[in-house]
Design a binder for this molecule. Sequence first.
Ligand SMILES: [Zn+2]
Length: 96
Amino acid sequence: MSSVFIPKVIRKPTTHHACRWCAKRSLRKQMYKLRDGPVDWWFCNDEHALEWLDNRHKTYSINEMLRIEPRERDLNGKTIDQWVRDELSQANESDA
Ligand SMILES: [Zn+2]
């Protein structure tokens, strides 16, 4: 016997996605999709996709944060833009 749980009600495919950068949820058809190997990443627009691409390898902690599901991130009440900016200025200070 298979142990896979098959729900009686088949869930409709999600029509909303959270932006991988800013976590804003939008209708999938209005979003920008970035294909990275086998994975599709969703963004509000190409600008947010570029921010994500630009920043995700800048520091270890930014990389770690951007890996986390948007709704599970702990940004201390900051937006991702503010959080990344603060991370980068700290990284620059410790380089000096
Ligand atoms: Zn966004």
